[in-house]
Design a protein around this ligand. Structure first.
Ligand SMILES: N[C@@H](CCC(=O)N[C@@H](CS)C(=O)NCC(=O)O)C(=O)O
Length: 210
């Protein structure tokens, strides 16, 4: 498999899942400012959407969208990172993936852009705080989103939480989230994934991630 990524962007979630699963893959860095690969190849010819992540399967099939790629990876190693497809527990994972994608990841979008008005940024931070409160309540009762075991929803949430310092989003009102971020960052596979993208454990994203 080949993962198209930008350091610290949401593609990190897929790298974490691949690394946790112990699956072999190569990684191709995309410059999100120019939408080119290191050799000058036009990335939009590979992924017309222009954004990362993209996962190229061994047969050349190309898949995109973080929640889909995470589930593809999880299903390569049944039971390790997500419950079986079709089970209620799996729908719970999908519920979290959708929540993270639409209510957290995309709510953070305006915070990446220097041209976003201050009032719009403050409104986005306030909306994020409401969503973080929901997540923090779940994590106050258990170490990971769906219970005692790390899963693909955690790979995604951790990746987005890692942007907090860069986006000037204050997590300190949510001690359960601060503890969770440290807990996930300490996992050996997560440390390897961060190191592979040149990120220290507490370093925020280096790439625009709208
Ligand atoms: N819906 C997409 C969103 C992906 C996305 O927002 N990617 C950002 C990085 S986190 C990106 O590549 N932005 C640059 C661009 O849109 O050109 C997914 O789930 O994969």
């Amino acid at each position: 498999m080949r993962l198209y990524f930008a350091p610290g962007a949401c593609s990190l979630a897929v790298r974490i899942a691949l690394t946790e699963a112990g699956l072999p893959f190569t990684a191709e860095k995309v410059d999100l400012r120019t939408h080119k690969l290191a050799d000058g190849t036009d990335y939009t010819a590979i992924n017309p959407k222009g954004y990362v992540p993209l996962l190229e399967l061994p047969d050349g099939t190309r898949l995109s969208e973080v929640p889909v790629l995470l589930q593809y990876v999880a299903d390569r190693v049944p039971g390790a990172l997500a419950p079986a497809y079709g089970s209620v527990d799996r729908y719970r994972v999908m519920e979290w993936l959708n929540f993270i994608a639409t209510e957290i990841h995309k709510q953070a979008g305006p915070l990446w852009h220097p041209t976003t008005p201050v009032a719009t940024k403050e409104a986005a931070r306030a909306r994020l705080a409401v969503r973080f409160d929901h997540v923090a309540r779940a994590l106050a009762a258990q170490p990971y989103l769906t219970g005692t075991g790390f899963g693909i929803a955690d790979a995604y949430l951790f990746t987005i939480l890692n942007w907090a310092p860069m986006l000037e989003v204050d997590l300190t009102p949510f001690p359960a989230l601060v503890a969770y971020r440290a807990r996930v960052a300490a996992r050996p596979a997560v440390r390897r994934a961060l190191a592979a993208e040149g990120l220290a454990e507490d370093e925020a994203a280096a790439a625009p991630a709208a």
